[in-house]
Design a protein around this ligand. Structure first.
Ligand code: NAD
Length: 388
């Protein structure tokens, strides 16, 4: 039996047509947007603080306390302003039926810099992830995730494309009940160019000599094929930097290959692969609780932990013992991004002392370890001693 004129196929074709038009319009918007904010030169910096869900409010409060402590003088002088953004909770999002309620989005848009606690995403249904929505709404196209294990010679930085791939239409798939489901993956020329250029610019400005371009272009021929082709075209503009092509499966294995992994420096890759492989990389560093993440666009930047809201920790009553280290690493990236590199260096040193070399206060994520606040105090005391 032919399906061509059945209501399910006609509805799906109409749905696809609308998606395609939306994505073409997004391409036009990207092409028209030529401005770029220099975050380090803003006369006043509004930092929005979103607690999020689960352990989010606990660890982000600690990160906010750290920021207040480190930027005390500029907060007093009015150069830095903190803005509480309370409404990005799963309860409020479900009640409004929106991944980001309108009033929350309006407030977010008044803050070029955002520090965000993890947010819960319901499995199934049509509620989009607040993170995915925020990355799209604020066009935060570069998800930058550093992973560093000096004792193993590991110093990686991942540039994950953050607004396209499987995520941009992740809640807009098609389903024919009891028969099949389709999701879509989108790769655009401009979306690829900007993330690849960000990775190569980072390499050039930080003395890096190798950029790994990671795709599955042998299978995903159109989308990853485009990503790979454009990445190599851009690489040709950076003659001192070696561009290496890897497929995501072998790259995943390489990260645990102790003979190979220390050669990787900068890694640029599409959205889903970047999401998965950076958790693996963070695990090599000591777990997802140890890694920070920056979501950078030309107008906004959002900083967060790479882990989720850990609802089971809250259910167990262990929320106060959540590890804020990943939020502190995100805070370090935030400081660097807004022009406080010296303070970011001090915080990086303090984190290394607290987590690696001295470890006077140990956090386990359970009641047998230090609390989030105790660890925060320890980091601040260490920062203070380094500032002297
Ligand atoms: P998760 O990262 O929240 O937690 C997994 C486990 O890791 C926890 O049970 C806990 O044992 C441990 N853990 C994570 N962070 C910790 C911390 N700071 N201190 C101590 N232990 C920590 O992963 P999940 O359970 O898969 O996801 C929970 C929710 O978070 C989901 O709704 C998911 O969609 C969401 N999520 C949000 C983000 C984000 O907002 N950026 C990222 C990932 C997942």
């Amino acid at each position: 039996m032919g399906y061509e004129n059945t209501p399910a196929v006609e509805a799906a074709v109409e749905h696809f047509k609308n998606l395609l038009c939306d994505q073409l319009e997004r391409c036009d918007k990207m092409a028209a947007d030529k401005d770029k904010v220099d975050f380090a030169k803003m006369p006043e910096i509004r930092i929005g603080i979103c607690g999020g869900d689960g352990i989010g409010p606990i660890i982000s409060k600690e990160a906010e306390r750290l920021l207040h402590f480190m930027l005390e003088d500029d907060v007093a002088a009015g150069k830095i302003k903190f803005v509480d953004i309370d409404g990005l909770t799963i309860e409020n999002r479900l009640a409004c039926g929106k991944a980001i309620p309108d009033d929350v989005l309006a407030l977010l848009k008044t803050c070029p810099v955002i520090l965000k606690g993890p947010t819960t995403t319901p499995t199934g249904g049509t509620m989009e992830s607040a993170n995915v929505a925020m990355r799209r709404e604020l066009d935060l196209y570069a998800n930058v995730r550093p992973v560093c294990v000096p004792s193993e010679g590991i110093d990686w930085i991942f540039y994950r494309e953050n607004t396209e791939g499987e995520y941009v239409l992740g809640s807009k798939g098609i389903e024919v009940p009891d028969k099949l489901a389709f999701d879509f993956k989108v790769t655009t020329d401009l979306g690829t160019k900007r993330i690849v250029r960000a990775a190569f610019e980072y390499a050039k400005n930080n003395g890096k000599t190798n950029v790994a371009i990671v795709t599955k272009a042998n299978i995903m021929k159109k989308t990853d094929g485009k990503f790979s082709k454009i990445a190599h075209e851009i690489a040709a503009e950076y003659p001192g930097i070696e561009a290496e092509e890897w497929f995501i499966d072998i790259m995943t294995a390489n990260l645990i290959n102790t003979e190979k992994r220390s050669k990787f420096q900068v890694v640029v890759l599409p959205n889903l692969y970047g999401d998965i492989i950076t958790d693996e990389a963070a695990q090599i560093q000591g777990g997802v609780g140890t890694a920070g993440s920056a979501n950078i666009g030309d107008h906004y930047a959002m900083f967060e932990a790479i882990h989720g809201s850990a609802p089971r920790m809250i259910e167990r009553g262990d929320g106060a013992y959540a590890n804020p280290a990943s939020m502190f690493k995100a805070t370090e990236m935030l400081l660097r991004h807004i022009g406080y590199s010296d303070k970011a260096d001090i915080l990086a040193k303090a984190m290394n002392i607290c987590l690696e070399t001295e470890k006077k206060v140990v956090i386990t994520g359970r009641k047998d370890g230090a609390s989030c606040e105790e660890f925060g105090n320890y980091v601040m005391e260490t920062v203070k001693s380094l500032e002297k």
